[in-house]
Design a protein around this ligand. Structure first.
Ligand code: NAD
Length: 425
């Protein structure tokens, strides 16, 4: 029996509905054991907290909502980012935790999925306010996380500094320094030297294999990038290094277009100086809604979820969509892409480079033995490309798309583990 009541009352959000619908579809396709199907539809452990936050105006105290959701405990500790956003909610965090479970299983990492969120707008906070919120949120979830339990990482609106504050707060609480409690920390605290670039770099490391499958050259391919944050910036850089032409980039400030291609380092400097891509001198301004439907070979949504839907999907001209963001393509848009032959490399595979290098960071922290950058990058490429070729082979065999094939791989691996462990008591 499917637990619609649970989904409807506690967790409902558009992204959660999408995540469950995706999972249901794959579960039905592989005739997943009914009990396991039902069990995996809801997260195993969730914590919803509210806490007081004293703003810079000393006499104003806001009540802030925070979440930490652990979808699956079967595979090992849980792993997933923490998102700071003005509209983040329980359902969204639960959906992202479920996606993390499949993602870790697809690239065969020994983790279940988790996700966290704090409902605030980080762009209007001072550094001191960010620090206060982070430390208080960490204390609210301190017994819920830990190197053997649940290991947070950065996501939208959080960064290395936020991870450093979480690590410091947790370490102060337990009474000793504990670097392995978070990943995506600064290298001076046991962070991985290549973590910042990992998601974008891992995503672009798949392009040669994608291009070879589609019989198109990598060099000279036109790339359109939505989002120029952690993922988008390094994906754009990776694309440019492979000889692609990045012809359009957008972020929250607007969209810019240059047919001859951007100098990514220079654009990044402009963003650092002005706060966004808008106003970049060597480009034309573009209506951000037009960005996704520009004529190009490679489209990389690397910002927020739900941006490619039934309305704009029929107008997407890219041959391949590499999903840097989590959940950028709705189920309806996916149908359109299947019909139109747009080759989608799904989020659970395409952006798994971040959690893969996070896994390396956690292993290095536990062993207090650190690898060279060359070692990290080589192992990242190996894991990403192995997962891609396994998923592609399954897609070809089963005559299905890559998202379905990737989820079949992830769900089957989790189901095998659950069956092997059985039920306590
Ligand atoms: P970030 O906060 O560093 O950057 C987000 C970027 O998106 C910024 O450039 C922002 O201006 C832009 N943006 C926000 N709203 C937008 C909109 N409506 N239209 C256009 N641009 C918009 O975040 P990030 O870490 O780069 O994450 C981006 C996406 O990738 C998220 O969906 C995240 O869940 C996913 N992701 C991130 C990682 C990681 O390692 N950081 C790993 C896996 C998946």
């Amino acid at each position: 029996m499917k637990s619609d009541a649970v989904g409807a009352s506690e967790l409902q959000s558009p992204l959660y509905d999408e995540a469950v619908a995706q999972f249901d579809r794959v579960a039905d396709m592989i005739n997943l054991d009914g009990n396991i199907h039902e069990r995996l539809r809801s997260p195993q452990r969730s914590l919803v907290v509210t806490f007081p936050f004293r703003t810079e105006k000393y006499d104003q105290v806001d009540t802030v909502f925070g979440y930490r959701v652990q979808h699956l405990h079967t595979m090992g500790p849980t792993k997933g980012g923490i998102r700071y956003a003005h509209d983040v909610n329980f359902g969204e965090v639960a959906a992202l935790a479920m996606l993390m479970t499949w993602k870790c299983a697809i690239v065969e990492l020994p983790f279940g999925g988790a996700k966290g969120g704090v409902r605030i707008d980080p762009t209007v906070l001072s550094r001191a306010e960010m620090q206060r919120i982070t430390r208080r949120y960490t204390m609210e979830i301190v017994n819920f996380i830990g190197p053997e339990k649940d290991i947070p990482a950065p996501d939208m609106g959080t960064d290395e500094q936020v991870m450093a504050w979480i690590m410091d707060t947790y370490s102060t609480h337990v009474g000793h320094t504990e670097p392995a409690v978070v990943t995506g920390k600064p290298p001076s605290l046991g962070g991985s030297i290549a973590r910042r670039e990992a998601t974008g770099r891992g995503l672009m490391s798949l392009l040669p294999a994608v291009a070879s499958h589609l019989n198109m050259p990598v060099a000279g391919s036109r790339v359109v990038m939505q989002g120029f944050g952690n993922v988008g910036r390094y994906a754009a850089q990776g694309a440019a290094e492979m000889g692609c032409t990045v012809i359009a980039v957008s972020d929250i400030t607007g969209a810019v277009h240059n047919d001859t291609g951007f100098d990514i380092e220079d654009l990044a400097r402009h963003v650092a100086e002005t706060g966004g891509v808008s106003g970049y001198r060597d480009a034309d301004e573009l209506d951000p809604t037009e960005l996704l439907t520009l004529d190009c070979e490679v489209l990389v949504p690397a910002a927020v979820g739900g941006v490619i839907d039934a309305d704009n999907a029929p107008h997407v001209k890219a041959r391949t969509v590499l999903e840097g963001a989590n959940g950028p393509t709705t189920t309806a848009a996916d149908e359109v892409f299947r019909e139109n032959g747009v080759f989608v490399v799904p989020d659970v595979l395409a952006n798994a480079g971040g959690v893969t290098v996070s896994y390396f960071e956690w292993v290095q922290d536990l062993q207090n033995y650190f690898w060279s950058e060359a070692e990290i990058v080589a192992r990242l490429r190996e894991i990403m490309n192995r997962a891609f070729s396994e998923v592609l082979e399954m897609a070809v065999q089963q005559r299905t798309d890559l998202r379905t094939a990737a989820l079949i791989k992830g769900v089957s691996r989790v189901a095998d583990a659950k069956l092997a462990r059985g039920i306590y008591p």
